[in-house]
Unconditional design. Structure first.
Length: 364
């Protein structure tokens, strides 16, 4: 496992503590809730991107079922945190099922339960699906996500069908969403730098060679899939709490493509890249809404078109893949040594030449 220097570990802890204090102050300030919501989306997108990165970047598994896993976590949080009275009023199509009608638990246990449910469903899917590979795995997992969405629609006594869930308690504060994102990144990096992580890299590079070395390929793939599913469910639970309302249309395949975009944009093996790409995506998603609204410039009038920002993002990603295929950072990570090197004074070129000449003269 890659070990940090003690000084760098202390600096990281201090930096995280300062960040969390700043976020708490922002959350309690009078800043427009719209901007705080963007910061919350940023942290949730970090979780989406990191969970997908574990599968695709380290294990080489192209899973397109993230939207279904996110939906499981979101609906678990919604069902377990909405009060019984609200469920009775909001379940219009059918009364809520007896085993959920009187259930209400705090947000944090509900969030963990949502992650566990997503992990269990991930395990159920992983057992048969991971025996496939490449495009077949992508197709199977995409179908799984759609099956989850259809089950939500057709089980109104549990999920309230197409009406979705309303009045979900918005317990996820700015500090909480970022704290969970930091924990997610920490656990992911510990896993990736462990024996299991090195086994996953070996499987990604050469599956047959890894198996010849005694690595249990199937078992390690399942572990990665389950851990990725758990954090996808956690991200979904946070999204439900931030939004306060969810329905089956919230979890279309575009949500999976969000995770893919963030992972590819930042770098398929860079946690730092995921953080930067998530920030770009969350900010640009709001900025590009202008393309979906009517625009009038002089005599030119554009009525706007739903989904235009997705098209613009796709074009941006295409250009990135053409000119920088490894993403913004590739596999590079932030380090304190690199940060402090930016402030070190470099000797002038003439001075460097003089020093070099003196050294050569001395050696001769």
């Amino acid at each position: 496992m890659i070990k940090q220097k003690p000084k760098n570990t202390i600096l990281s802890i201090i930096a995280i503590a300062i960040l969390l204090v700043i976020l708490e102050l922002i959350g309690r300030s009078k800043i427009d809730r719209y901007y705080i919501r963007i910061l919350q989306y940023w942290s949730i997108y970090i979780i989406y991107g990191a969970s997908f990165q574990l599968l695709y970047g380290y294990t080489g598994l192209l899973s397109l079922g993230h939207a279904g896993l996110i939906a499981i976590g979101a609906y678990a949080v919604g069902i377990f945190t909405i009060s019984p009275a609200t469920k009775t009023m909001s379940y219009i199509l059918q009364p809520p099922a007896p085993f959920i009608s009187n259930v209400q638990i705090p947000f944090v246990p509900a969030l963990i339960i949502g992650g566990v449910f997503a992990a269990l469903f991930g395990l159920v899917v992983a057992a048969p699906a991971l025996r496939l590979g490449g495009d077949y795995l992508a197709i199977v997992t995409m179908g799984f996500a759609e099956v989850i969405r259809l089950l939500i629609v057709n089980m109104p006594s549990i999920f309230n069908g197409a009406m979705g869930l309303r009045a979900i308690p918005q317990s996820a504060t700015l500090l909480m969403t970022w704290s969970v994102a930091i924990v997610c990144l920490f656990v992911m990096k510990r896993f990736e730098n462990s024996t299991y992580g090195r086994a996953l890299l070996a499987i990604n590079e050469d599956e047959i060679g890894a198996e010849a070395l005694g690595i249990n390929v199937f078992s390690n793939k399942v572990k990665a899939f389950v851990l990725s599913s758990f954090f996808a469910g956690i991200g979904g639970g946070l999204m439900a709490s931030v939004l306060g309302t969810i329905d089956p249309n919230t979890f279309k395949s575009t949500l999976t493509y969000t995770a893919v975009t963030i992972c590819v944009l930042g770098g398929i093996r860079s946690a730092t890249g995921v953080i930067i790409a998530s920030g770009i995506y969350s900010i640009m998603s709001e900025f590009l809404r202008v393309f979906e609204s009517p625009i009038k410039i002089g005599n030119f009038y554009f009525s706007g078109m739903p989904g235009m920002r997705v098209l613009v993002f796709g074009i941006m990603l295409l250009f990135l893949m053409l000119f920088r295929r490894e993403g913004l950072l590739g596999s590079k990570e932030f380090s304190w040594d690199w940060f402090f090197s930016l402030f070190k004074k470099k000797p002038p070129k003439e001075q460097e030449k003089t020093v070099h000449t003196d050294k050569m003269g001395g050696s001769l």
